[in-house]
Each structure stands twice: as structure tokens, then as C-alpha cells.
Design a protein around this ligand. Structure first.
Ligand SMILES: C[S@@+](CC[C@H](N)C(=O)[O-])C[C@H]1O[C@@H](n2cnc3c(N)ncnc32)[C@H](O)[C@@H]1O
Length: 595
């Protein structure tokens, strides 16, 4: 009888929590529309930055789930509770004390957030709570509504509030909120030392920074792609500079005197319609779906094609993404209709690819044969490539790059020439502030399709690039050919970045520049060891994750300082580039030189 009461209580709690969701399938959209601007979405995957991954919606227990709650899942849970009631009710098993999951991997988004929460609550306090087994014990109930005041904006772009003293040390992270704002939130999922607070209404706005009329996307406030559309460009650049400052404070132990003044973040010429790759996704039809649901090609409510809802694994249906280029949006619109029509032919969820490309049907050699008529419509026409294995191409500065559409290439080509020019300027400064000599050799590690190796090649006598992806190396070789760089001068190798040093033994380290542009996790120990053994005069470290960059730069500087003999690296320049406007992501370029 007692167990039955327990089930009934749980069932009632559950119904109370999900009633708003059942009233509207787009629960979070409704919630956000109360007070936050309705606007736009985006994003994508892998090593490059803003990431929206396709994930299956799977909700098992009330405690585990976070809004929004899809109706079909709610029904499933109700059925299972009812069948438990009618069956021979077994005594619920005593819950085993759950062991806390391991700490997040260093330098990941989860780790950065945890470190920032530790900093706010106090490391000792957090350690005490953790030892007492309370790191995942939220003082709030799931679904509870509370008012919170935002203390700061985290590096991932969400506001962080601290729970009042009587609740104990705890944080609430609130997407789309700003420092100083008071927000009414609905408590969602719990993580290590924090709860997610879904914003319902901003009671006190930070009018100095926020102007909701800036928002250009109707999905903004719900979609997980953008965080900053309500801010001016200038504020976004300042926040990103601050992310670099914090990263070097937290992830390097370099003294302040060893960190140069961090320059202002370089603005992207395009702040909307800049993104050259998007990867929206959708799930196969749910079990309850019927073919008649797709009447006259109309999209049924259960079909969501788009990106993830912020802080959630569920998909938000998105018709267009204003930060993506127009050719991507045009193709995506057409495909949405086709997918809807054929949705019952999909047996699995799908992640789509949209890549902006110069028209690949035009002969590339012809494009690069002088005189290059850059004004010709045919040569500058952009198309959308959707086949992962097809070739995409773009012009960066005076160089043409081809690559496999599904492979890596930077996603904002409007700002790339500025970043490449900045790297050129850093290298040139060797002649004045460094060795006083022109560096003659370049090693481009993690080179992808050869962006830096090729763009910088005119500055050097010899260039070598290395990259793990064989298809990217094929592209890099072809790009050297397309841009008429001889194989005597430039070579590319497929393999682990650390292997390059064995192949460039004839490169004079004192006249060599090494460019490092690793994936988000940064460099591994074998790479750092080989780099430090080789000891090039100049290192330019480009990164889409300033936290792993700060850790690696620290290792490079301190390990040469610890070595009493010989020269030491100095961090000479640090600057952010806004490759991802409207989001919290920043690309960072560091210069290290041996003295
Ligand atoms: C951030 S991308 C940079 C690519 C290139 N520099 C560019 O800007 O286009 C990082 C690249 O590192 C490659 N990569 C990942 N792990 C690697 C490893 N252990 N050794 C060499 N390359 C690696 C990835 O395939 C990816 O192309």
C-alpha cells in the first residue's frame, strides 16, 4: 500500500511538472516568449567551435530529465507508472548511493564552467560540499520557480547566479542572462554544484548592455547556437577578450608579468550570414506517428528539423539560421520540405551537412590562371554542397582552397584573411623584435587543407605541413598545386602532428616558425616534447579553445624556464578573433618567441 502511495505521489508530482509541457509541445519556446526576444538559431560540430550535436531524446526518470518534455515521452512514463500500479507491486528497491561522476575532462566546456563556479563559490567550500557527497544535491526541486540575480557571465556565455546563503553553496546557470540582471527561472537539471535555471522573465534588465531589438533571429532565446544577439558587437568583443584573460589566469600558472597585454578582439566583417557550414539534424518518426500526419506535405508537430534547444538534447525546429550564409538557408528550406514528404523512409535520425562553396563545377585551374577575373559572376558564384564526400572550395586572400565538404575547414571566411594577415605580421616582427633575421622555414602542424602553410608560403623558402586526416592532406597537396607552389618548396604528410619533427631535421630551428592549430583538446605530451626538443625560434599557436591553448602555452614557457641552460620562450602577443559572432566562442592567436 505504501509503495502504491509512493507511486501515486511520484505520478502527481510528475503530472504537475509536465502539465505546461503538455499544454504546448513547444514548452520552452512559450516560456521564453514571455519576456525574451524571439529570434534565431544555429551551429555545428567537431573541432571548430559552436557545436550542436544530434542526440537522441531519451527520458527515463523524472529527476534525470530537463524540459522540454516531448508529449510522447510523457505518455510512455505514465503508462509505465500505471502498469506498475496494476501489477503485483514490488517493494521499491533501496536506491544505492550514487557515486559522483568523475570530474569533467580538463579544458572542456564542462570543466571551464565548473572552474568558474568554484571560483565564485570558493574552492574550499566546493571541496567540502563534494567530500560530504553534496556536489549533485540541488537545494531546489525540479520545476521550482525562483528569482535569481546574475553575478557574472561565464566563458560559455550563460549567466551564473549564486543561491542565497540559506540554500547553501550552490550556483544556478541562466542562459541568455547578463551580469546584474534579476531573472525568474524554472529550475531544470542538476549538475556538479549547479542547477540550470530556464529563464522565464527578466525582472531587472541590464539596460547598459542589453538591447533586445538587436536580436535578428526568432529562435534566439531557445536555440543553443547563439548566446549574444542582444549585445552590441563591441560588448561581444570585450566579453571574448575577457574569456582569454580568464583562461590564462585559470589554465596557465604564468605570472602576470609573463602575459602580454591582451589586444582587443578582431571583429568579423560579417556578423550575420557569415557561417559557411551548418549541420541541422532530425530524428526518425516516433512510433506513434502515422502516415496521414503528413497531409499535403505539411510538417507534422512531431517532426523537428533543426538544432538543439539550449542546455537540452531535444531538437528545436528551425526554418532558417540568420548566421548561416544565404545559399545554405535557401537549400535548407528546400530540403526541409523534401524531408517532411519522405520522413517515413528514414529509419534512423540524420545529421545533415550544408557547406557554402564557390561553384565547384568551374575548372579550378582555369580559376587560378592569370589574369584571374575575380569579378566574373561564374567565378564568384556561391553554391551549397550537401554531400560529405564532395569537394567544396573557397578563396582566402589570393589563394584557392579545395577540401572535402565533410572535412575540416574554418567556418567564417569573412574574417580569415584578417587572421592570416595577423599571423603574417607576427612572423614579420621577428625581423625587428626577434632574431633580427627573416625566418626561412615554416612547419604547419594540424594543417588541415593547408590554410596556413599555403597562405604563408610566399614568406618562406621551405614549408612542411602535417595533419591526421588523409583526405585533408590530399586536399592540401592539391591546393599547393592549384596555387602553383612547387613540391620542392612545400610538402604535406599525413600523420600525428608529433611525427613532423623527425621529418624536418634539416630545417634550422633558429630560422623556423612552427604554426600550431590543434583541435579543441589542444596538444598532447608527445607533441609538446618534440616541439621543445626541436625548439623553433617562433611559435604561432592558433586555437578555437583558449583554455587548452593557455595550458599548452604555460607548458611551453615554463618548461624552457625550468631548463637552466639555453634559451627560453616568451609569450609576446595574444589576440582574439571573432570567428563566431553572436556566440560566446572565440579564436585566439598567441605568439611565442625564443630568447
Ligand atoms: C582546428 S583544425 C585546424 C586546421 C587548419 N589549420 C585550418 O585552419 O584549416 C585542427 C586539425 O587538426 C587535425 N588533427 C587532430 N588531431 C591531430 C593530430 N594528433 N595530429 C595531426 N593533426 C590532427 C584535425 O583533423 C583538424 O584538421
Amino acid at each position: 500500500m505504501q509503495s502504491l502511495r509512493a507511486y501515486t505521489r511520484l505520478y502527481t508530482q510528475f503530472r504537475t511538472a509536465i502539465t505546461p509541457a503538455l499544454a504546448s509541445r513547444s514548452f520552452p519556446v512559450r516560456q521564453m516568449s514571455v519576456s525574451l526576444p524571439q529570434t534565431r538559431p544555429l551551429s555545428d560540430t567537431e573541432v571548430e567551435g559552436p557545436a550542436l550535436k544530434k542526440q537522441k531524446i531519451e527520458i527515463t526518470t523524472l529527476e534525470q530529465k530537463d524540459s522540454p518534455v516531448p508529449e510522447e515521452t510523457a505518455t510512455e512514463v505514465v503508462i509505465s507508472l500505471e502498469s506498475a500500479q496494476s501489477a503485483n507491486v514490488q517493494k521499491p528497491k533501496k536506491k544505492k548511493k550514487r557515486k559522483d561522476p568523475p570530474l569533467p575532462e580538463a579544458c572542456t566546456g564542462a570543466d571551464v564552467l565548473y572552474q568558474e563556479i568554484r571560483e565564485l563559490l570558493g574552492g574550499d567550500v566546493v571541496d567540502k560540499v563534494t567530500q560530504a557527497g553534496g556536489a549533485f544535491q540541488s537545494p531546489y526541486n525540479f520545476g521550482e520557480e525562483v528569482e535569481v540575480k546574475i553575478e557574472t557571465i561565464s566563458s560559455n556565455g550563460t549567466g551564473i547566479a549564486i543561491a542565497p546563503a540559506e540554500k547553501g553553496p550552490w550556483a544556478i546557470i541562466v542562459p541568455f542572462s547578463l551580469t546584474g540582471e534579476t531573472v525568474r527561472v524554472r529550475i531544470g537539471k542538476t549538475d556538479r554544484m549547479y542547477s540550470v535555471g530556464h529563464p522565464l522573465e527578466i525582472l531587472v534588465k541590464n539596460t547598459e548592455l542589453r538591447d533586445d531589438s538587436r536580436v535578428q533571429c526568432k529562435y534566439f532565446g531557445t536555440c543553443g547556437g547563439c548566446q549574444y544577439q542582444m549585445l552590441s558587437g563591441e560588448t561581444q568583443l570585450d566579453l571574448k577578450r575577457n574569456v582569454i584573460v580568464k583562461a590564462f589566469k585559470t589554465y596557465s600558472q604564468l605570472p602576470e608579468s609573463a602575459i602580454p597585454p591582451i589586444e582587443s578582439t578582431v571583429e568579423s566583417p560579417l556578423v550575420y550570414a557569415y557561417r559557411t557550414k551548418i549541420t541541422p539534424h532530425f530524428e526518425r518518426p516516433p512510433k506513434y506517428a502515422k502516415k496521414e500526419d503528413v497531409k499535403d506535405g505539411e510538417q507534422p508537430p512531431w517532426l523537428k528539423i533543426g538544432f538543439n534547444v539550449t542546455n537540452s538534447n531535444s531538437t528545436l525546429d528551425i526554418e532558417e539560421c540568420p548566421i548561416a550564409t544565404s545559399v545554405l538557408n535557401e537549400q535548407y528550406k528546400i530540403d526541409r520540405q523534401k524531408i517532411t514528404k519522405n520522413i517515413f523512409s528514414y529509419k534512423k535520425g540524420v545529421s545533415l551537412l550544408y557547406r557554402d562553396s564557390l561553384d565547384p563545377t568551374i575548372d579550378a585551374k582555369e580559376m587560378m590562371t592569370p589574369p584571374i577575373d575575380k569579378l566574373s559572376d561564374a567565378f564568384t558564384r556561391h553554391v551549397c554542397v550537401t554531400d560529405q564526400n564532395a569537394t567544396a572550395r573557397e578563396m582566402i586572400g589570393d589563394y584557392l582552397f579545395e577540401y572535402t565538404a565533410g572535412g575540416f575547414f574554418q567556418n567564417n571566411n569573412s574574417v580569415l584573411p584578417l587572421m592570416v594577415d595577423h599571423v603574417k605580421g607576427l612572423i614579420k616582427s621577428s625581423e625587428t623584435s626577434g632574431s633580427g633575421r627573416r625566418p626561412t622555414h615554416l612547419v604547419d602542424t594540424y594543417c588541415g587543407a593547408g590554410l596556413f602553410a599555403i597562405s604563408l608560403s610566399s614568406m618562406f623558402d621551405k614549408v612542411a605541413g602535417i595533419e591526421l586526416s588523409k583526405s585533408s592532406i590530399e586536399s592540401a597537396k592539391r591546393n599547393a598545386e592549384l596555387n602553383s607552389i612547387s613540391s620542392e618548396k612545400i610538402s604535406f604528410l599525413a600523420g600525428d602532428a608529433s611525427n613532423i619533427f623527425a621529418t624536418v631535421k634539416e630545417f634550422p630551428p633558429q630560422d623556423t616558425v612552427v604554426v600550431i592549430d590543434p583541435p579543441r583538446k589542444g596538444c598532447d605530451e608527445p607533441f609538446l616534447k618534440q616541439l621543445l626538443d626541436f625548439r623553433p625560434n617562433t611559435v604561432v599557436y592558433v586555437s578555437c579553445n583558449v583554455h587548452s591553448q593557455a595550458r599548452d602555452v604555460d607548458a611551453i614557457v615554463r618548461r624552457t624556464q625550468d631548463n637552466e641552460e639555453g634559451k627560453r620562450y616568451r609569450l609576446e602577443s595574444l589576440r582574439g578573433f571573432d570567428l563566431f559572432p553572436q556566440t560566446a566562442h572565440v579564436e585566439s592567436v598567441a605568439l611565442l618567441r625564443l630568447y
